[in-house]
Design a protein. Structure first.
Length: 179
């Protein structure tokens, strides 16, 4: 998956977008353009280029119903995750700081940056929220958005999500962060 993603990045940022809608899926269709008789979606606003929409169905390893941080980890890192964890594989356990050390996974942002590409993150929620944080964070709890939410015994070993954005790779190298 990583190779296909990185190899496909040949054009500037404005030609590559990943929209992750939740309850507003139909809005994504409208952002992309009109449909043809064959069911493909075209973007007539950008010189008639086809806008490709792909649907992914994700799930959590330890829950029947998908939850945003684990589903975002699946979409942005290519690895299924446990309920309410961010940027960790199945060995990462909810609110277990030490389980996160050996279960961290790389994201699309990391792969792109490794290839010298610019990366960005635009969201309509908090930049430390569950879905956008999967692009740069590795946390055993989606709720550890700031140090006040990390349990006191875990604060020396695990960074909160906001701190990872500004101190760690790939967060500190994200060129555009906007909410």
């Amino acid at each position: 998956m990583r190779e296909r993603f990185v190899d496909s990045i040949e054009t500037p940022f404005y030609d590559k977008r990943l929209l992750i809608p939740s309850a507003t899926l139909h809005t994504s269709y409208n952002l992309c353009g009109k449909t043809s008789a064959k069911g493909l979606w075209y973007d007539f606003r950008s010189e008639g280029k086809m806008c490709l929409i792909i649907f992914f169905q994700t799930y959590n390893l330890n829950a029947q119903i998908g939850e945003s941080s684990a589903c975002a980890t699946a979409l942005l890192c290519g690895v299924k995750a446990n309920f309410e964890t961010v940027g960790l594989d199945g060995n990462g356990k909810f609110e277990n700081c030490y389980s996160s050390f050996g279960s961290r996974v790389d994201s699309l942002a990391y792969w792109a940056q490794k290839e010298g590409k610019s990366t960005g993150l635009v969201t309509n929620t908090r930049i430390t929220h569950a879905t956008p944080s999967a692009l740069y964070a590795h946390s055993p709890s989606r709720y550890w958005e700031d140090d006040g939410k990390v349990p006191i015994p875990s604060r020396k070993s695990c960074k909160d999500i906001a701190r990872q954005l500004v101190e760690d790779d790939p967060g500190r190298y994200i060129n555009v962060s906007y909410y």
